[in-house]
Design a protein around this ligand. Structure first.
Ligand SMILES: Cc1cc2nc3c(=O)[nH]c(=O)nc-3n(C[C@H](O)[C@H](O)[C@H](O)COP(=O)(O)OP(=O)(O)OC[C@H]3O[C@@H](n4cnc5c(N)ncnc54)[C@H](O)[C@@H]3O)c2cc1C
Length: 281
């Protein structure tokens, strides 16, 4: 027997979350796998579950002050068909699972599951996104790289729900998203890259690079990005191998059932070099 709640407002949902320690349930595509002990059996959840995706307050997608707000209850399919969602995120989401699953799964679930191989999360790092966390008493915002702290670990408090994902306007002029998996559909990433850069004339004004499945969390180095920003394309070209090697030192993948550490590192570094070369060229 699963104890489940279907609140009629966000306020009620937050109260149930705080009072019952209820487990947030969005599309359930990670949760049902995680707590399924045998084929055909009802999953055994460690706490009551609370359904969220029907709540109107978290089903909105809107722009405010130049930033896009994605309600935590919107499905991956809904965000893919929205005109204001950045192309980099759409490209990443298009590679998640298959259409049927994207009709029910959410980006909020992809974030809170906190897998280093989560494809939507990789793009959100490169888009400098934030999450809004709400509790019955208050709300706060964290950068996505502050929110996710390790494999399966986040800063979500016991009385909080993730209610919005906030994405600054994407002003990049060059973008890359690549996922390397066994198949095109229903295959988790062996590794991934999401990268965006803004060039004005010969200068690199802004760059953000995120690598998925090569470290305990999606890997992004704000420090290295600062070193690249402000360089002319010729200067970047001269120092390209230095930057590639600096990233290579940070790439620390593991061997698992999907790939080997050696393969992951080699291909991640190749894709990184390809992106840097494309902006230096
Ligand atoms: C066959 C299959 C293929 C898959 N392929 C991919 C893939 O290619 N790439 C990929 O990245 N993932 C993949 N996944 C994983 C999964 O589908 C995604 O991570 C999905 O985005 C999870 O969303 P959800 O709404 O189903 O999350 P749920 O399963 O509902 O929740 C996941 C976690 O987030 C928490 N949560 C959800 N919403 C909130 C909220 N609002 N506030 C706080 N906590 C919350 C839940 O408590 C849970 O811990 C696949 C899964 C399956 C079953």
């Amino acid at each position: 027997m699963v104890e489940a709640y279907r609140p009629s407002s966000l306020e009620e949902a937050l109260k149930i979350r705080a009072d019952k320690g209820a487990l947030p349930f969005a599309g359930g595509t990670d949760l049902m796998v995680k707590y399924r002990y045998e084929s055909g059996a009802v999953p055994e959840y460690p706490a009551p579950v609370i359904f969220l995706t029907h709540l109107e307050e978290i089903r909105k997608i809107y722009s405010q002050d130049g930033e896009l707000h994605l309600g935590a209850g919107t499905s991956l399919a809904e965000l893919m068909s929205h005109s204001e969602v950045p192309e980099l995120l759409k490209e990443a989401v298009r590679t998640i699972a298959a259409p049927g699953l994207r009709n029910t799964a959410t980006l909020a679930g992809n974030i809170c599951n906190a897998s280093p191989a989560a494809d939507g999360v990789c793009a959100l790092y490169a888009l400098d996104s934030r999450v809004k966390l709400s509790s019955p008493r208050s709300s706060r915002e964290l950068a996505i790289y502050e929110f996710i702290t390790g494999p399966g670990k986040t800063e979500l408090r016991e009385d909080e729900l993730l209610t919005e994902i906030i994405i600054p306007r994407d002003r990049s002029t060059t973008r890359l998203f690549r996922k390397v998996g066994t198949r095109k559909a229903n295959a988790l990433s062996k590794l991934s890259i999401a990268a965006a850069a803004r060039l004005s004339g010969e200068r690199v004004d802004e760059v953000r690079i995120a690598l998925g499945a090569v470290a305990p969390t999606v890997l992004r180095s704000v420090e290295l990005e600062k070193q690249i920003q402000g360089l002319s394309r010729a200067e970047l070209s001269e120092r390209l191998e230095h930057f590639v090697q600096s990233y290579e030192a940070m790439v620390q993948p593991i061997d698992d059932q999907r790939s080997t550490a050696v393969y992951r590192k080699k291909v991640a570094v190749n894709l990184l070099r390809q992106f840097l070369t494309s902006i230096a060229a």
